[in-house]
Design a protein around this ligand. Structure first.
Ligand SMILES: *Cc1c(COP(=O)(O)O)cnc(C)c1O
Length: 376
């Protein structure tokens, strides 16, 4: 069976972990953490980076930094991972779901303004498959209504909007290094902060509500409990693993893009014949090859395609169940129809994409599927 994902190891991970362990500094915010943070700040122009134990944690930090209180409203696309919403739900927020674009799972920026009320505090665009949302439109709304924009950039490492790196445009952003993402640390993530107002407090929340970071920089002569927070920082073991991946970032991205482009070029005719939609990348966005997905013409067609691939030993998988229809949220939902989210829930399917994939083999199996002839 060809798996859907296989984590890629560059070869240096265990060597760097050993270095971290031998250095005697294994807890967080050591040399490897600093190296990773500096790299991301320089390469992508983020004002401040803090590594976290997951993207979910980074989003939780954002919710605290945005000072979300019970009753505040947060606008989130419904077609996303649970973490996008749950980080704000834990602070007592009311989630207001927005629909996707008709031809792309990203939030439809033109539908956001109608959802804004006097209680709205935050908009969370999710760059699905690493493809940028229309950030100018979203930032304009935020300026007009005095809202905070938090990018869920979990899938968006090394991707751009009009030449600006994703995660550098909103007031804050959260990335993931979960083993299913482009570069990985097992579990891991980072918070990026672009609005200077939030930097000081972020360091405190990161370190259990203490001003430990200031103390180590010699800015205060003792440290203590000054605010809320948690233990959001990862150990040096995780940062060491991540550093090995970062060193190979360009190499990994090149390979993933080759695979993505191979799928795209070789599936054009097949997609036309079967009335299947290939990914659409807006002119303002780059592709970081996080994911290769297809949008089938019906739930029935998708079910057949997944079954066909399974019979041919390829694991293809669908993606999110829109959050407004989830068991947790269904009863709280206001009944608003989210037509496009629902369509992606039913019709989107992801093909295997990982560094060591034999993409020719998968392509061959996909092409055997011919909906019109009833072959499955
Ligand atoms: C992977 C992912 C997350 C969660 O990342 P973790 O690092 O596992 O917490 C959140 N949002 C989106 C859109 C994701 O794809």
């Amino acid at each position: 069976m060809i798996p859907f994902n296989k984590p890629y190891l560059t070869g240096k991970e265990t060597q760097y972990i050993e270095e971290a362990v031998k250095s005697g500094k294994i807890s967080g915010n050591g040399m490897f953490t600093q190296r990773c943070q500096d790299f991301f700040e320089k390469k992508y122009g983020f004002k401040k980076v803090l590594l976290t134990t997951s993207c979910t944690d980074a989003l939780e930090m954002c919710a605290i930094l945005a000072d979300i209180k019970p009753g505040d409203e947060v606008i989130v696309p419904s077609y996303t991972f649970v973490s996008t919403a749950i980080a704000f739900v834990r602070q007592g927020a009311k989630i207001v779901f927005a629909d996707s674009l008709p031809d792309n799972p990203n939030i439809d920026a033109s539908k956001i303004e109608a959802l804004i009320t006097s209680k709205t505090k935050v908009i969370v665009p999710v760059h699905y498959a690493g493809i940028a949302c229309d950030m100018d439109a979203i930032m304009d709304l935020a300026a007009k209504y005095n809202l905070i924009v938090i990018e869920d950039a979990a899938q968006a490492i090394d991707s751009y909007y009009k030449g600006r790196s994703l995660g550098s445009i909103g007031h804050m952003a959260a990335f993931s290094f979960h083993e299913t993402k482009n570069i990985i640390a097992g579990e891991g993530g980072m918070l990026t902060i672009n609005d200077k107002r939030f930097i000081h407090r972020a360091e405190i929340i990161w370190e259990k509500g203490t001003n430990r970071a200031e103390f180590f920089r010699g800015e205060v002569n003792k440290y203590g409990w000054v605010d809320t927070g948690s233990s959001f920082l990862p150990s040096e073991v995780i940062a060491a693993f991540l550093w090995a991946q970062i060193e190979n970032l360009e190499h990994i991205q090149k390979k993933r893009l080759e695979i993505w482009n191979f799928y795209y070029e070789n599936l054009k005719q097949w997609a036309l014949n079967n009335n299947v939609q290939l990914p659409i990348i807006p002119d303002f966005a780059t592709n970081n090859a996080h994911m290769f997905y297809l949008v089938c013409n019906s739930l029935e067609q998708r079910t057949k395609l997944i079954a066909h691939l399974k019979q041919n030993e390829v694991l293809a998988v669908f993606h999110y169940i829109s959050l407004h229809s989830s068991p947790y949220y269904e009863k709280k939902h206001n009944g608003q129809i989210l037509e496009h989210s629902d369509a992606f829930t039913d019709r989107l399917v992801r093909l295997p994409l990982f560094y060591e994939l034999n993409v020719e083999e998968v392509l061959e199996k996909v092409k055997l599927f011919n909906n019109d002839l009833g072959i499955e």
